[in-house]
Design a protein around this ligand. Structure first.
Ligand SMILES: Cc1cc2ncn([C@H]3O[C@H](COP(=O)(O)O)[C@@H](O)[C@H]3O)c2cc1C
Ligand SMILES: O=C(O)c1cccnc1
Length: 318
């Protein structure tokens, strides 16, 4: 497992202070450059290869009427990703990320977590492994996203199981739940929390609530950490998935940025308990990795300045 390289980070900080600008004037762009330097272990970090992984899965909890859109939309959107027609396709092209879409057993939804386990152990292990295997060891940064109708309910359950609080603290409109759907989402999460209240490890929480795409996200986060590759998480659903890993290790997400603060109301609370600061806030609430792809553009801006600017000495200024 590679850890943050303090020496490289210190060299990057030192460089930032010598660049032709008032110290600190590039704000968070400076912090992002130092973050990348530490995780890549070099004073001048690069993004030659950005890999965007979008995992897709289906969810048994949709039987509870928690989703405004029908479950068929998951597979239809996967086809749309493959045809280049989704938001994530446009954003990845613009941001310079290679998009890979990985559908996990869409014809076999997870179990309804209000009635039993979402995944048996073997299914959970397989989904985590799929996520691990998807990571390209040559990537300089990994973007993570998801697609799975009903998974904002799963995300709320994961967040409540991981960080505590009530179902209502974490449930939000997702793709546009009206009051009736919202009430069913809260009831489903409450029922799940009651049924699975003994779940106390990352594996048991993931197995209890699912889904496969959330488990794959965890696998990719773990593998990226082993390889020392920084990660950009997407919005509420992606953050809730990765957040489960904090149950086992409070430093498990140190190599991860949260790309954006989603408009899904639970995300602000989640970001706070995860002790993170989102890269951008644009009131997006899409998923797919779209917020991570926008954040990649900001990360590229940070590195462009960090690597390309002249120092005061080089420019003969001051
Ligand atoms: C056309 C369409 C494209 C999407 N892309 C991402 N999501 C997002 O919405 C879903 C979660 O919301 P809920 O829990 O309300 O179903 C996830 O698939 C998420 O990625 C989409 C949803 C739809 C309908
Ligand atoms: O923030 C997200 O991840 C999100 C919010 C609403 C719908 N889908 C995803």
């Amino acid at each position: 497992m590679k850890e943050f390289d303090e020496t490289a980070a210190a060299a990057a900080r030192d460089r930032q202070d010598q660049l032709t600008k008032p110290p600190g004037s590039l704000g968070r762009l400076e912090e992002l450059a130092v973050f990348m330097a530490g995780w890549q272990g070099r004073e001048r970090p690069v993004i030659a290869r950005a890999q965007a992984l979008v995992f897709a899965g289906n969810h048994g909890v949709t039987a509870q009427g928690v989703n405004p859109f029908p479950v068929e939309v998951t597979a239809q959107m996967v086809a749309n990703f493959r045809n280049g027609g989704a938001a994530i396709n446009q954003l990845c092209r613009l941001a310079g990320a290679e998009l890979q879409v990985i559908a996990l057993d869409l014809d076999r939804p997870t179990g309804d977590f209000t009635r039993g386990m979402a995944m048996e152990v073997d299914e959970l292990v397989a989904a985590i492994q799929t996520g691990k295997n998807a990571v390209d060891p040559q990537a300089d940064v990994i973007l993570l996203g998801e697609m799975g109708i009903g998974n904002s309910t799963v995300a709320a359950a994961l967040a409540a199981a991981t960080f505590g609080g009530s179902a209502a603290d974490w449930v939000g409109p997702g793709t546009g739940a009206d009051d009736a759907v919202l009430a069913r989402k809260i009831a489903a999460v409450e029922a799940g929390l009651k049924r699975h209240k003994g779940a106390a490890t990352a594996a048991s929480i993931l197995g209890s609530y699912g889904g496969r795409e959330q488990a794959a996200i965890c696998g990719a986060v773990i593998r990226a950490r082993e390889l020392g590759i920084p990660v950009i998480l997407d919005g509420f659903i992606c953050s809730a998935a990765a957040g489960v890993l904090l149950v086992n290790d409070e430093n498990a997400l140190d190599h991860c940025l949260i790309g954006h603060e989603s408009a899904e109301p639970g995300h602000r609370r989640l970001i706070a308990v995860m002790r993170k600061q989102p890269v951008v806030t644009l009131d997006m609430r899409l998923g797919e990795g779209s917020g991570a792809a926008v954040a990649l553009m900001i990360l590229r801006a940070a590195l462009e300045c960090h690597n390309g600017m002249a120092t005061f000495a080089e420019a003969g200024i001051g």
